[in-house]
Each structure stands twice: as structure tokens, then as C-alpha cells.
Design a protein around this ligand. Sequence first.
Ligand code: SF4
Length: 75
Amino acid sequence: MRDGICKYFPDCGFYKLFSAEVDRKDKVTIFHQYINIYCFGILQRNCYRLIKKEAGEPVADDITPTGIKYSAGAE
Ligand code: SF4
């Protein structure tokens, strides 16, 4: 169910770390898809980062909403 933008978005370490990707207008990256589908989209409640945050468990900034390590250069 879509709830609008994630309440953690302004302070989300994953977004902050890789947000320069958003400025890459020449291509749609996997990062863009994570933001669209999780932060703004239908799988927001399934976000690994959100679930861990609400459980009070720290998550490294380079861990994606699916729970895997992300590297922008690997796309
Ligand atoms: S990555 Fe997860 S916790 Fe961070 S803003 Fe997106 S949905 Fe929220």
C-alpha cells in the first residue's frame, strides 16, 4: 500500500549517500528505482532499512531497501 513519501526520507543515510545519482539525467539507475519503488512507492513498508530503523537497529548507509550492499559504480 502506498503511503506517500517515507517519513525517514529527509534523514535516510542511503538516500544521502547516493543522491548524486538523482542528478544523472542521462540514465535511470538502480538507485532511482529503489527510491521510486520503496521511498515513494508501493514497497515502502517492506523496506529493510525502514524495518530495521523502527526496530531500533542500525543499518549502514550503503545498504539498500532490499538489504543488500549497494555500489553506484556497479551499474
Ligand atoms: S530507503 Fe527505506 S527508510 Fe530510507 S527513505 Fe527509503 S523507504 Fe525510507
